[in-house]
Write a protein that binds this ligand. Structure first.
Ligand SMILES: Nc1ncnc2c1ncn2[C@@H]1O[C@H](COP(=O)(O)OP(=O)(O)OP(=O)(O)O)[C@@H](O)[C@H]1O
Ligand SMILES: [Mg+2]
Length: 367
């Protein structure tokens, strides 16, 4: 049985990866130049996939830490320590020996093995020792790189969560001394928090990174990717149907894969004309809870402003007649729009507001 050609949910690697050649090349070049990088995009846009897929094509040793589930400083230290230890890719004994040699504190390290024999590492220390252990662990990638005379890359995924841990100042003060040997990649799905962290002159990470842009994947690449995916199982899909998928997904990777996958699963041989519309309706039904949650976390004014934006489009929104239709004053509309930007529901491109999530937009249009 040949593997299914489309995949959504979680990161995708070589098998399901569509294009992004420009981003991959830029990322490689930036890493070779020893830069620290900032990459933000909406949820499920392909950030983690892009970075891991690219790193796997290089010789860099990389450490990957996802901040999403980390709740406090103590847990950060242990999760980071574990991520560093795992990246060493050697036996558990050698990892422990190495840390004993390199750490100034005398570490109490325990190792557990899962059912596949893969180790996970834990540093045992008291909460009262957080400060000192944090500093030591933050230095580890640098010490490792120095010891082995090779550059190390650290990926901090969902980095916006750092603001809940209260360790930004400490992180910055340690990491800024690592430039010659460690590159840090900060990924995030909350543009508002990420830009505030890195571009607000009062914040610790101000100007410490280069921003790496990541765009929706272009239609031409999806055309060949989706056609080839269908062909692996001797099925076909017309270019016009792929255009219809992209008209809805706007090239947003997760949704493009999801719709393609629905279509693929539902067809014997050739995709029929009304199948795309049916697949989109099915998708909206599947995601209804998620979209309703998204809707319910907005204030009444923000809900109204979203309806306004959907009705009039995102350009020249402060025209008097438009505002009057929705009973907005310029200050009440401004406040609601700023709230929607802060909640990462909308963003602005070329003086035009747009909803970040194309399927949420469609959901609201049909609501
Ligand atoms: N280059 C790509 N080619 C094809 N599909 C992709 C690509 N990148 C991402 N996807 C699709 O998007 C989904 C989400 O990708 P990924 O987890 O990398 O995004 P993310 O931005 O890191 O999301 P999150 O914010 O949820 O962590 C994947 O499961 C896949 O369906
Ligand atoms: Mg991710």
């Amino acid at each position: 049985m040949i593997r299914k050609p489309f995949h959504y949910g979680g990161t995708v690697g070589k098998l399901h990866f569509c294009n992004r050649t420009i981003e991959i090349n830029e990322l490689k070049a930036d890493l070779d130049s020893g830069l620290n990088l900032l990459l933000y995009a909406p949820r499920r846009f392909g950030k983690t996939s892009l970075v891991l897929h690219t790193l796997k094509q290089t010789d860099y040793q990389y450490i990957f830490l996802d901040f999403m589930s980390i709740v406090d400083e103590h847990e950060f230290i242990n999760e980071y320590f574990n991520a560093i230890a795992k990246s060493l890719n050697t036996t558990a004994d050698k990892v422990v020996d190495f840390f004993k040699k390199i750490l100034k504190i005398t570490p109490n390290i325990s190792v557990n093995f899962d059912i596949n024999g893969a180790p996970s590492f834990k540093l045992n220390f008291l909460h009262s020792e957080n400060k000192i252990v944090l500093k030591e662990v933050l230095e580890l990638p640098y010490l490792y790189a120095k010891h082995h005379k090779k550059r190390v890359v650290v990926i901090f995924d969902e980095f916006q969560e750092v603001v809940n841990l209260g360790i930004e100042d400490k992180l910055r003060s340690v990491l800024q001394h690592h430039e010659d040997l460690v590159s840090y990649l900060f990924l995030g799905s909350k543009k508002s928090i990420m830009t505030n962290l890195f571009f607000n002159s009062t914040k610790p990470f101000h100007k410490s990174v280069k921003h790496l842009p990541i765009n929706a994947i272009e239609a031409q690449h999806w055309q060949s990717y989706i056609q080839e995916g269908f062909a692996t199982h001797k099925k076909t899909i017309a270019p016009a149907h792929i255009d219809a998928i992209l008209a809805v997904s706007k090239g947003f990777p997760y949704y493009t894969q999801q719709i393609a996958s629905e279509l693929f699963n539902g067809v014997e041989k050739h995709v029929a004309d009304d199948s795309v519309a049916e697949a989109v309706t099915a998708l909206l039904e599947k995601e209804e809870d998620l979209f309703l949650n998204e809707w319910n976390r907005l204030s009444q004014q923000q809900k109204k402003a979203l309806k306004f934006l959907i009705h009039f489009g995102g350009e020249n929104i402060y025209q008097k007649e438009k505002m009057e239709t929705f009973n907005f004053t310029s200050s009440s509309l401004k406040k609601a729009v700023e709230g929607l930007v802060a909640k990462d529901v909308i963003d602005m491109k070329q003086h035009c507001y747009y909803l970040q999530d194309p399927l949420f937009e469609l959901f609201l249009k049909r609501m």
